[in-house]
Design a binder for this molecule. Structure first.
Ligand code: MN
Ligand code: MN
Length: 322
């Protein structure tokens, strides 16, 4: 294990409302920085929402998440893990998308994550809408399909929108299965709910063996039981974690484009991540935080609180591999 030397700026040294806001107040290490080789886990902003079909705004997510993340301290309240003292974690900056061209944006995102993967860094992405996960997976799962734990109120498994548009935030995981990036038998989707156009997405899930745990089953069984099954489904092989903030009930996370009622509360939103211990995680994302619908900033604060939980799991996963 390399010596930890990237520390967040302490709130005892510089008040949390002061300074340039990076993720978790960590150093910003650009991809051409000589210190890149020291980074174990990189937090990356993808300010992009060109896949959004209804209410836009997640392109503003990374900037608001960075600001909210200045509230996050160094130690996990339950496990006592201090991730910034276990792993070198840094803010790798933003991927610059092309807001006028979806295909070009996806190529730019994949090229960025190719470099991250080549440097041996585990990426923690702050989106961006959920289409962001597809170009990220194109880099991370290039060599072999991976499993996925996916928290969302939607499957994002639809074939197409508007009569044949293949790339929207409702289609990323359909494409990822088609492109051989995801092993559908090692994919579990948790929290699915809301009114539907039709059940085409669920029919596809069934046909390829994706396990869909709808919100009714989630509430009936509880977090611990559901997450035990989720761990069994993905097993010990490489696994991606994708977290759409609309998994959480809109009472707690109104700042998102496609809210659905009847969801988990903010405690359950953290608890599901705490139950992911022991997995072989190769990357994670937090997507669909939409600042224009989040005037209180509470959704962004929940988003970065979940990101801290995920960082603790990524740190533990990376430590096991070293
Ligand atoms: Mn989604
Ligand atoms: Mn969703």
């Amino acid at each position: 294990m390399s010596d930890p030397f990237f520390q967040p700026v302490s709130g005892f040294e510089l008040p949390r409302f002061a300074g340039v806001p990076t993720f978790m107040r960590l150093p910003h290490i650009a991809l051409d920085d000589a210190r890149l080789s020291d980074v174990d886990i990189g937090i990356i902003g993808v300010p992009w929402d060109s896949g959004t079909t209804n209410r836009p705004g997640p392109r503003h997510g990374p900037r608001q998440l960075r600001d909210a993340s200045t509230m996050i301290r160094a130690e996990h309240p339950v496990s006592g893990i201090r991730p910034f003292e276990v792993m070198n974690i840094a803010d790798l900056g933003d991927v610059g998308p092309n807001p006028a061209d979806i295909i070009d944006s996806m190529d730019r995102i994949t090229a960025f994550y190719d470099q991250v993967k080549k440097a041996g860094i585990i990426p923690m992405t702050a989106g961006g809408d959920h289409l962001t996960s597809l170009p990220v997976l194109r880099a991370l799962a290039k060599d072999a399909p991976v499993g996925m734990v996916h928290f969302d109120s939607h499957t994002d498994l639809f074939h197409s929108y508007f009569g044949g548009t293949m790339y929207t935030h409702g289609t990323p995981f359909r494409r990822a299965v088609e492109e051989g990036l995801l092993d559908p038998k090692r994919v579990v989707q948790i929290g699915i709910r809301g009114t539907q156009y039709d059940s085409e997405d669920l029919d596809f899930a069934k046909s390829v063996g994706i396990r869909v745990i709808k919100i009714e089953e989630f509430h009936d069984r509880g977090v611990i039981d559901v997450m035990s099954e989720a761990r069994d489904i993905v097993g010990q092989d490489p696994t991606y974690l994708s977290y759409d903030i609309d998994f959480v009930d809109p009472t707690f996370a109104p700042g998102t484009g496609t809210p659905e009622v009847g969801g988990p509360n903010s405690y359950q939103a953290l608890h599901v991540v705490r139950e992911l211990n022991g997995l072989n995680l190769i990357g994670a994302d937090m997507v669909e935080v939409s600042p224009p619908f989040d005037p209180s900033g509470g959704t962004a604060f929940l988003g970065v609180s979940i990101m801290f939980e995920i960082l603790c799991q990524l740190s533990a996963s990376r430590a096991r591999k070293k």
